[in-house]
Design a protein around this ligand. Structure first.
Ligand code: FAD
Ligand code: NAD
Length: 474
């Protein structure tokens, strides 16, 4: 007889494991099925985010930043270090240790919350049953009142540059190079391309990023993208826009790329090629034919505004459904679904989900861009403030970029905040809180901000919306 649960979650990424824990907190009997296997051959909970995404990339970004600073930042402070070297085994090993610490942490949280973990491939069967197939092929069937599908996403593969795990890699491969590639090619100047391109550039690789779109970082506000493009160029990242890859051939001396840009056909030889052209929802083998769960036009699990699939008791969350592919978006959906299942009022506000790109300088935003407001015909006011006039940023020798605030021209409600500069991954939180409470630029302008801190840039940008910034001309 199959074991019965109140909730079975398929996928233990930041969407699934958070849903499982929240459901258990609410007194439900929960199981979570995940098939990810760590480098040690054991189950590694946490999905893409903990194993090959957010956490390992941030570990390498931080290590590489320390290395880069030795030559590029410390001399300004009067500190010089000669012959700085990087030990790759320690560099990658530190990242692996952090991953293990956090994936192990989820296992402990599951134990503490009495969530039963199953290691294997989960398949939804008709009638809310879940078949679990372990790596050795053995199968068992579980049953539940509710099933939450949280199967995440996988990298998109280009047919003419297929991943081989050695020369042509995805994010997982680019987190595990055993030596710094002399020449690294990156396809896609999106979030992964910029973050992982930065890691290897900082360690000495010659990095060339090939981007299909004519505009750089078009998801971000144009002013932010402009500052970022200038800074990345200064760091030596080569970004080719409006460039389309036609061919990638692995030969003895490297990967031979042929791409077309505004000047015609170009050739480039690199030692490693990272393909980071986006991710797609992963649903292979997840659904039996007769479950009734539908996919949308982009292959994502179709859900309504409450993450319900339309099949009784079947829900879906995270990268596998519509919306931004961000860990915190998936986690909040996980919490909301667990609460809806338990008869409570769940809630996810898509209008205030923050975006952060962990490059140097960092990029962060929430809400509408100026272009989006213009296109929608919404009247707005703009306030900006440069980090060059922020004492703390200058003291840190990181006085790059700005905060830009967009507020409604009549109501003054904050509609969007766009930042590029030091520590903006943390500064955006204040703006998200203000926006969530439907705050105005005046609200932020009248709040006391500690001096000297980077947060004064947010305060001054808010003042600048009303043309009364103190430390710049208005
Ligand atoms: P996933 O994390 O993909 O987890 C899904 C899990 O389900 C996986 O373990 C998978 O093996 C398992 N699974 C799938 N199908 C089945 C099945 N049938 N049976 C059993 N198990 C199954 N986001 C941020 O917000 N901030 C960042 O800084 C950030 N950095 C990133 C860096 C990189 C390099 C990458 C690749 C992504 C990054 N992301 C970041 C995106 C983030 O990782 C994803 O948005 C997030 O992991 C999605 O969570 P999820 O739970 O929906 O899916
Ligand atoms: P992305 O959508 O951010 O960027 C992909 C880029 O590749 C785009 O600029 C696109 O125009 C370009 N592109 C697409 N096809 C191309 C082609 N054939 N040739 C050249 N360029 C091409 O995708 P990503 O960088 O792969 O990351 C996937 C997702 O993972 C992100 O959208 C994000 O949701 C998530 N992520 C988030 C973070 C973070 O929050 N800091 C970090 C990494 C990844």
């Amino acid at each position: 007889m199959s074991e019965t649960y109140d909730v079975i979650v398929i996928g233990a990424g930041p969407a699934g494991y958070v849903a499982a824990i929240r459901a258990a907190q609410l007194g439900l009997k929960v199981a979570c099925v995940d098939d990810f296997t760590g480098k040690d051959g054991k189950q590694a909970l946490g999905g893409t985010c903990l194993n090959v995404g957010c956490i390992p990339s941030k570990a390498l970004l931080d290590s590489s930043r320390q290395f880069w600073n030795i030559a590029h930042n410390l001399p300004v402070h009067g500190i010089s270090v000669e012959n700085a070297k990087i030990d790759m085994a320690t560099f990658v090993g530190r990242k692996d240790k952090i991953v293990k610490q956090f994936t192990g942490g989820i296992a402990q949280l599951f134990k503490a919350n009495k969530v039963t973990a199953f290691h294997g491939k989960g398949k939804l069967l008709k009638g809310n049953q879940v078949e679990v197939t372990a790596a050795d092929g053995s199968r068992q069937t579980l049953a539940a009142t509710n099933v939450i599908l949280a199967s995440g996403s996988v990298p998109i593969e280009l047919p003419f540059a297929k991943f081989d795990g050695k020369a042509i890699v995805d994010n997982a491969g680019a987190l595990d190079f055993s030596e710094v590639p002399k020449r690294l090619g990156v396809i896609g100047a999106g979030v992964i391309g910029l973050e992982l391109g930065s890691v290897w550039k900082r360690l000495g690789a010659e990095v060339t990023i090939i981007e299909a779109l004519p505009e750089f970082l078009s998801v971000a506000d144009a002013d932010v993208a402009k500052v970022a493009a200038k800074e990345f160029a200064k760091q030596g990242l080569t970004i080719k826009l409006n460039a389309k890859l036609n061919k990638a051939e692995v030969k003895k001396d490297g990967v031979h790329l042929t791409y077309t840009d505004k000047d015609g056909e170009q050739n480039l030889v690199v030692d490693k090629l990272l393909v980071a052209v986006g991710r797609r929802a992963y649903t292979a083998g997840l659904l039996a034919d007769d479950t009734g769960v539908k996919l949308d036009e982009r292959g994502r699990i179709a859900v309504d505004e409450h993450n319900h699939t339309g099949v009784d008791g079947v829900w879906a969350i995270g990268d596998a459904v519509r919306g931004p592919m961000l860990a915190h978006k998936g986690s909040e959906e996980g919490v909301a679904v667990a609460e809806w299942i338990a008869g409570k009022a769940g809630h996810v506000n898509f209008d205030t989900i923050p975006w952060v790109i962990y490059t140097e300088p960092e990029i962060a935003w929430a809400g509408k861009t100026e272009k989006e407001l213009k296109d929608a015909g919404i009247p707005y006011k703009v306030g900006t403030f440069p980090f060059a006039a922020i004492g703390r940023a200058v003291a840190m020798n990181e006085a790059i970029g700005q905060v830009k605030m967009l507020a409604h021209a009549e109501t003054d409600r904050i509609l969007g905040v766009h930042m590029v500069g030091p520590g903006v991954s943390e500064l955006i939180a204040e703006c998200v809180v203000a926006m969530e409470f439907k705050g105005s630029s005046e609200d932020l302008a009248r709040i006391v901000h500690a001096h000297p801190t980077l947060s004064e840039a947010v305060h001054e940008a808010a003042l600048s919306v009303d043309k009364r910034a103190i430390h710049k001309g208005n």
